[in-house]
Design a binder for this molecule. Structure first.
Ligand SMILES: [Zn+2]
Ligand SMILES: [Zn+2]
Length: 275
């Protein structure tokens, strides 16, 4: 069973960590109504379960990337007391379905609206779904490859191939560069160039063996091939479906990645990466 991250450590001033709160694709693992080998493995060994994709950049402030339907449980598990900034990569349900839980942080605690960065398309989508609480967000619209700074961290929006208005992130700290791209198909050349040689590449690898949606999702082997081109210090695969369309167990995935060395790994929920 994979270990859970230890978040008791206090960060030195100016240091940042990226916590992957969730590393599963839209259905999560185990998935409801499924008893494939991957879902059975995750039911047997909860360390192999994966909630939907979200990340948290933790320094002096807590910056949340995406708000999946599992958000409440993820923030409780990570011991996060408040959210100081919010970035939405796109409005799909698996990345935004838990957004309304942020309402309580703002209204109940009497806090200012949360500075939030999202595309015009995502803004329209959350306005439809969560119009009752969007006044809890102070929205800056991201339109293209924009940059913004929160807590001494520079965020650069990266073009991806997914639903219109989706972006990935290049996260630059004093210590290094990290690309967080949870949901994408083949990467545009501009993005490949922007992230060449990053210290950490966290890349969506939705499918195993077969790709039912090749325009806007990658397989594990696609993601590995991209990593070999980019040459990151470390590769973490995320947004792992595991059970769809061809199931793969963690054990099979780990042995597939083994020949690439210890810097290539399947991320798991709660993993902390120094950035
Ligand atoms: Zn997704
Ligand atoms: Zn998506």
């Amino acid at each position: 069973m994979v270990p859970r991250a230890d978040r008791s450590a206090v960060l030195a001033d100016g240091d940042h960590e990226l916590i992957l709160l969730g590393t599963g694709a839209a259905c999560g693992v185990p998935s409801l109504f499924c008893s494939c080998p991957a879902c059975l493995e995750a039911r047997r060994e909860p360390g192999y379960a994966r909630t939907r994709c979200a990340a948290l950049v933790r320094g002096r402030k807590n910056v949340l990337v995406d708000a999946p339907p599992d958000l409440r449980a993820q923030l409780l598990a990570a011991g996060i007391g408040q959210i100081d900034g919010f970035i939405l990569t796109h409005g799909h349900y698996d990345h935004s379905g838990g957004l309304a839980d942020l309402e309580f942080d703002v209204r109940v605690n009497g806090r200012d609206p949360i500075p939030s960065y999202l595309s015009r398309q995502s803004e329209e989508r959350i306005q439809q779904a969560f119009g009752f609480m969007t006044d809890c967000l102070a929205v800056s619209v991201i339109d293209g490859r924009e940059q913004f700074v929160i807590d001494d961290v520079l965020y650069t929006a990266l073009e991806v191939t997914h639903a219109p208005g989706t972006f990935g992130l290049l996260i630059t700290t004093e210590r290094g560069r990290t690309a967080y791209i949870p949901d994408t198909g083949p990467l545009p050349a501009t993005t490949i160039e922007a992230i060449r040689g990053v210290d950490n590449l966290i890349l969506g690898a939705c499918f195993w063996a077969e790709n039912p949606m090749p325009e806007d999702h990658l397989t594990v082997s696609d993601a590995v091939r991209i990593a070999q081109d980019i040459g990151p210090g470390a590769l973490y695969l995320t947004h792992l479906s595991m059970h769809f369309a061809v199931p793969v167990t963690n054990r099979e995935l780990e042995s597939y990645l083994e020949p690439f060395g210890p810097s290539y790994q399947a991320a798991y929920d709660g993993i902390s990466i120094r950035i």
